[in-house]
Ligand binder design. Structure first.
Ligand SMILES: [Zn+2]
Length: 582
């Protein structure tokens, strides 16, 4: 059992528990295996009353070595009850009433659960029952062969020796093989102050309350997000908001997708729109090879498969919180925030659709459907209920195989399609996203609404970036709501406006005609004045030794934080004024 862990046949996650295991195993101690409780395997130990009587009389004399041996007289260890005492021949024999320690029985768990050691029952002698029993025994043996050794054991650190080590010992002893390959040791759930949750402390959070308030999937997803490998979890109720918000986001995004997929039309239920043949059963690889997809489609497919790669890696190493983080980021901040936004204008129904835009719409729908369906499959183990609900709507609505009676639970995990990973498309979209984000931030700074149409110029010395900007300009115009976009024109440097940096690109937002610049400067000056006073006051307070001495530490810390934030804002406002005055 020591060798198996040392040579890596059995691995601990996190690794540090290997040391704890070996420390126990290399300093093994005696173990009291008898317990005085009602349930358990009774000790296979019998006593002969007459031998014991003679032994008791010996005890009254001084104890020599021979007498100690004499004391063991009358104790018989046997699988079955002996007919008579092997020493004196007496039949006055009784079994010890103690049972084996729970862990002594539990070490058999990996194989005893399959009916090992497959002994025929002594009760039945009928041949038909015999055959039935043999068949049953064969079935159990086959199951044992299939499930032993198993892949992973998940358990708590306090029973590494009690249970894990003993299962390994028993596995080698009785089966000649290790019982499992990986041992995942999970953390302890603590309250937000770090105290272990327990009923007696009264600091437990009842999962049923959380389910009622936030939802079952929210509970599950939040817990997975919080649990980093083998670390303790610090839990408070509000941490479940993360899972609830994510579930809502997924639900809304799916509803939007379902509304824009023309599933009915694909079913051919609407006579006016003939059903494109087997659209949803399209092999994504063939479709991808055949169609010249637009950048957003190439990007989201590439991102999905890149995400799947990292997800598989995280799951292989039992990094559940990393895995849920990867899914969260992709679903929320790539699929919902960007892909759906990019797809919206293409999905709009209009009588003016050209042949080209019809084809583009159909391609967008297929990619939207495929990415959503595959994402649901990845999310299913993390959020089983909501993913099943949405998946059923997608599949039933589309009328495609598999039949609607099937569950997402039985669907295969998506395969990596390396040919769809397109780092160029990812790079181009990254630039577009950075620029759009910069423009939105500039608008927010000037208190313009995000829908406000504006003129923007982009400047860069990098030729490659400039080329990419030209490629992605239509997405920037559409998502940042631009009236005009200039790329590489230096004219703007003479105009009034504010700018920001996105990578190696200068983003310039023109303000002439949009706001009254003089008034804006005046407003900013007032704001700066107020902020200045505030910062001064905080500096004085923090410079006061009495205050530092008397105030609670957290208040001092908070004050320091506010001061830093105030200073940062001052610098920022001064920069805007500087640009406006230019
Ligand atoms: Zn005896």
């Amino acid at each position: 059992a020591i060798k198996a862990v040392k040579d890596g046949t059995i691995k601990f996650y996190p690794k540090r528990w290997t040391k704890v295991y070996l420390n126990w195993m290399e300093n093994i101690r005696d173990w009291c295996i008898s317990r005085q409780i009602w349930w358990g395997h009774r000790l296979p130990v019998y006593y002969c009353k007459s031998c014991q009587l003679s032994a008791v009389s010996c005890q009254q004399k001084a104890e020599s070595r021979e007498q100690k041996a004499e004391n063991k007289k009358g104790i018989i260890v046997s699988k079955t009850k002996p007919d008579k005492c092997p020493i004196c021949g007496s039949v006055d024999i009784y079994q010890d009433e103690d049972v084996l320690d729970t862990w002594f029985s539990s070490w058999l768990w990996p194989f005893a659960t399959f009916g090992w050691p497959f002994q025929p029952s002594a009760v039945s002698h009928q041949p038909s029952a015999d055959n039935k029993q043999k068949a049953e025994s064969r079935k159990l043996k086959a199951e044992l062969g299939y499930f032993y050794p198993t892949s992973v054991l998940i358990t708590a650190p306090e029973i590494i020796f009690f249970w894990v080590a003993r299962m390994i010992m028993a596995g080698f002893e009785f089966m000649g093989k290790e019982p499992f390959r990986d041992v995942y040791i999970h953390g302890t759930v603590r309250d937000i102050e770090g105290k272990k949750m327990s009923k007696s402390l009264g600091n437990i959070i009842d999962p049923l309350d959380i389910i009622a308030q936030y939802g079952t999937d929210a509970l599950r997803f939040s817990l997975m997000s919080l649990t980093s490998v083998g670390q303790d979890v610090y839990l408070s109720e509000q941490k479940f908001e993360l899972g609830r918000n994510f579930a809502n986001k997924l639900w809304n995004a799916s509803r939007f997708s379902l509304m824009n997929l023309d599933l009915k039309a694909w079913l051919g239920q609407e006579e006016a729109q003939p059903r494109p043949s087997g659209l949803l059963n399209t092999d994504l690889c063939l479709f991808f090879k055949k169609e010249k997809l637009e950048l957003p489609e190439r990007w989201i497919l590439s991102r999905f498969y890149s995400m799947l790669q990292s997800l598989n890696k995280a799951l292989d190493s039992y990094n559940f919180n990393q895995a849920s983080g990867i899914l969260y980021e992709f679903t929320w901040h790539e699929f919902c925030d960007w892909y759906l936004e990019l797809a919206k204008p293409v999905l709009v129904d209009s009588p003016q659709l050209t042949v080209h835009s019809k084809k583009q719409k159909e391609n967008t729908q297929i990619v939207l459907y495929k990415v959503l369906e595959k994402t649901l499959r990845c999310l299913h183990p993390f959020m089983p209920f909501i993913t099943e609900e949405i998946w059923q709507k997608l599949i039933v609505g589309a009328g495609s195989e598999p039949a609607p009676t099937e569950s997402i639970m039985t669907q295969p995990w998506p395969h990596i399609q390396k040919q769809m990973i397109d780092k160029k498309a990812e790079g181009a979209m990254r630039i577009a996203i950075e620029v759009i984000t910069a423009i939105r931030n500039l608008k927010a700074q000037m208190k313009l609404t995000s829908a406000q149409s504006v003129k923007v110029s982009l400047l860069t010395k990098d030729k490659k970036s400039k080329k990419i900007l030209e490629q992605v300009s239509k997405y920037i115009i559409s998502l940042a709501k631009l009236e005009e976009l200039n790329i590489g024109s230096e004219d703007i440097l003479h105009k009034k406006g504010i700018s920001a940096i996105a990578g190696n690109i200068q983003v310039f937002l023109e303000l002439e005609g949009l706001i009254d610049i003089e008034k804006e400067i005046e407003k900013l000056n007032k704001e700066i004045e107020g902020l200045h006073k505030d910062v001064k006051a905080k500096e004085t307070r923090l410079g006061n030794k009495e205050f530092i001495k008397k105030a609670p530490l957290e208040i001092v810390e908070k004050e320091k934080e506010l001061l830093a934030a105030g200073k940062e804002k001052l610098t920022h406002l001064n920069k805007i004024i500087h640009e406006l005055k230019k």
